[in-house]
Ligand binder design. Sequence first.
Ligand SMILES: Cc1cc2nc3c(=O)[nH]c(=O)nc-3n(C[C@H](O)[C@H](O)[C@H](O)COP(=O)(O)O)c2cc1C
Length: 473
Amino acid sequence: MENSGEAHFPQIIQGGMGIAVSSWQLAREVSQTGELGVVSGTAIDSVIARRLQDGDTSGEIQRALLHFPHQEIAQEIIDRYFIQSGRKENEPYFDVPKLTLNPKQHAINLLVASAFVEVWLAKEGHDGLIGINLLEKIQMAIPAQLFGAMLAGVDYVLIGAGIPAQIPHILNELSIGNKVSMKVDVEDSTDKHRLDLNPKVLIQELYPLKRPIFLAIVSSHALVSYLNKDEVTKPDGYVIEYNLAGGHNAPPRKKNVDENGEPIYGDLDTPNLEKIKSSGSPFWLAGSFGTPEKLREALSMGAQGIQVGSIFALASESGFTFEIRSSVLNLTADENLKISTDATASPTGFPFKVIGMPQTLSEEELYASRTRICDLGYLRTPFKRDNGGIGYRCPAEPMNTYEFKKGDPNQSLGAKCLCNALMADIGLGQLRPDGRIELPLITIGSDLDGPRRLKEMYPGGWSAKNAVDFLRS
Ligand SMILES: Cc1cc2nc3c(=O)[nH]c(=O)nc-3n(C[C@H](O)[C@H](O)[C@H](O)COP(=O)(O)O)c2cc1C
C-alpha cells in the first residue's frame, strides 16, 4: 500500500464547511499557501448535479469528469444532468437519488464521481494538500464518497458529527480495492444493518490508491481515548472542536438548555488537553481559534495547529453567494450581534450555530411559512417499520408524515430543513411550484474577532490567502 506518510503536518486546516461553502476554489487557494485546504463532501452529489443543470458555465465539472477513471460513468452523469444552455429560470432542479441502504448503481456512481470532481478540481495544477470533510451522521454516503475522493488522490479525510470508528479500516480496505461494509445505525432496530461497497465493481484497476491521513473531529478527550484504544478504530490524528465553532456542535453532557432554548455548556464539556496530549496523537484545535494569537496559543498547548472555519467562509472564494457574504460581513459590524446555538434547528439533533439574518429561515415568520418537504433527504435516518421493513424519516419533513413514521413529535418542533437551506446558501436553492425559492439559513462561529479584524484590514472583502497571512502574522 502506498503510504502518504505525514511528511509534515500543516499548521492551519481550513475547516470543511457544508454544503460546498468550503468549495474547491477555497480549498485550492488555501492549499497553495502550503496549508491544508478542505472541500466539503456533504451533499456533493446534489451540488454537482445542480451545477451541471445550471450549464457548468466554466466547464470545470466536465473537465474534471474527463479524468474520472471510468468514462462511461462520467458520460452517464453528463447525459443525465448537464443542460448546455442552463436550466430555465422557471424550471426546478431535477433531483438526485436519495441515500438508502440499498442504493441503485447510478446513485453510487454519482456519489463516487461527485466526490472525485470536487477533490480533483481542488488539486488541479499544484501539489498542495487537499482534504475532504464528511459528516459521520450521513453514514449511507460515506463509503462511496471516500472512494471517489481517493480516486482523485485526496490527502486527508476529516470526519465529525458522530463517532467515526469505522473510517480507518474502510480507508485501508478501499486503498487496496477490497470490498467495504459500513455498519449503519437503524433506529428502533436491534438487527445489524450494513451498506457494502465493492470498489472493483466500479474501477477494476488502479490499486493501491493512496491511503489518506484520517483526522477525527471530536470534542472530548473521552472520545480520543475510546478511538485510540484499538488500532482498527484509531485515527491518524484529531481536530478538537470547541463549542464556539461554526456549524454543528457537540451536544452538552448535561442536556440543559437556557431560557432561549440554547444548550448550556459546562466544565464537563471542556476537553482535557493534557489527556489528549498524552495520548500521543497529533491534534489541532478548532472553534474560536481563528486569530494569530490563538494559533500561537494552540501551538504552545502542544497542538500541531488550528482548524479555522468562519474567516474562510467569509473569504471571497467560499461557496456562499456574494449577497450572503456581504450581508454577514455587514452584520458583523454590529458589536451586539449574537450568534445563537440552536438546539432544535438541525435534524441531526446536534446544536447548530445560526446567525439571525433577514430573509433567512432564522426569521420565525419565514420559517413558519415554509411548506415542509423532504426532497433531498441527506439527514433522513433509517428506522425499522412495524412490518419489519426499513423506512427513512427526518424531523424536518412534514410533521404528520414524521409522526406517522413514529418519529418523536418533540424532535420535529423547530427542526429546519438544512438540506434545502444550505443549498440556498450557495445559490443552488430549489424552486417551488408556487414560485418561491428555498430560503437560506446561515451558520457561522460565535467568535467574530477574526472576521472583524479582517474586515478592518480589507474593507472590500478578503481572499483565502489574506486569511492565511492574517493567521500567520
Ligand atoms: C459555514 C460553516 C459551515 C461548517 N460546516 C461544517 C461541516 O460541514 N462539517 C464540519 O465538520 N465542520 C463544519 N464547520 C466547522 C468548521 O469546519 C470549523 O471547525 C469551525 O468553523 C472552526 O471554528 P471557527 O468558526 O471559530 O473558525 C462549519 C463552519 C462554518 C463557519
